[in-house]
Structure formats: structure tokens, C-alpha cells
Design a protein around this ligand. Structure first.
Ligand code: SF4
Length: 132
């Protein structure tokens, strides 16, 4: 792996780990052990790719940049209470199937209680013909 890729991944990890607080650009390059020039170059490159937001902040009386990851860490909390986790129909549920995440009222309400739940097509009652 080229050295630069490893450095970029380490830099992006630092920004991601900083979360909502963000990380000062200077703290990033110091942690990486690179020069301020190289740190700035990395931050600008990440911003151009949309991976990082650079916000101008006043820190200790000097203007600098703080970096915020545009990638959000996935946590188990994001799927907490999802109805699919305990759904008895999960084996029959798939896109294009009779039961689908696209027309599931329980899933729709879980995603956003303000959404109108989709109309579920009524099942035709199965009628058995009596034997004669
Ligand atoms: S989308 Fe609805 S039917 Fe499908 S697994 Fe989730 S809760 Fe069950």
C-alpha cells in the first residue's frame, strides 16, 4: 500500500473519531507526525472530496480550521426498536414480494411516525371448494 493512502486513512480515522466535536486541523497533523503544510494539504483534499467539512474557528486567539467528518459512524442505536428485528414475517419479506419493506406500515411508522403508512393490499380470501 502506498504510504500516502495509509496516512490519509489515519487522518480520516482521527476526524471520524472526533465525532460531533470535530478536531483542530493542527491537532490532526500533530497526531499524524506530519508538517502543517502536509496536514493542510490533506484537509483540503478531504474537503474537496466531500469527506470532511472544514470550519474556520477562533482558537486561542488565532483563526484556524476545525475538521468534521461527513461520514457518520454507524451504531446499534440506529436500529434499536426496528420492527424487523422481531418480525415473524421476515422470512417472507423482500422487495417485490407480497410482504415488502416498501409497503410495510410497521416499518414506515418506525422510520417516521408522521408518515402516512402505505396501504397494504387486501389478501384475497382463499376459499376451498367443497368436495362433491
Ligand atoms: S419490513 Fe415489515 S414485514 Fe418486513 S421484516 Fe420489517 S417489519 Fe417485517
Amino acid at each position: 500500500m502506498p504510504k500516502n493512502n495509509k496516512l490519509e486513512r489515519m487522518a480520516l480515522s482521527l476526524v471520524l473519531e472526533a465525532g460531533e466535536e470535530g478536531i483542530l486541523q493542527s491537532d490532526m497533523w500533530k497526531s499524524l507526525g506530519v508538517t502543517s503544510r502536509e496536514g493542510s494539504r490533506l484537509a483540503i483534499k478531504f474537503e474537496e472530496k466531500g469527506a470532511v467539512e472544514r470550519r474556520k474557528v477562533l482558537h486561542n486567539g488565532r483563526w484556524t480550521y476545525k475538521l468534521f467528518s461527513q461520514t457518520k459512524a454507524v451504531t446499534i442505536a440506529s436500529i434499536q426498536n426496528c420492527p424487523c428485528m422481531i418480525c415473524q414475517d421476515i422470512d417472507k419479506c423482500f422487495t417485490g414480494g407480497e410482504i415488502s419493506p416498501l409497503n410495510c406500515p410497521r416499518l414506515t411508522i418506525w422510520i417516521d411516525p408522521n408518515l402516512e403508512p402505505p396501504e397494504v393490499p387486501m389478501e384475497e380470501p382463499s376459499v376451498e371448494e367443497p368436495e362433491s
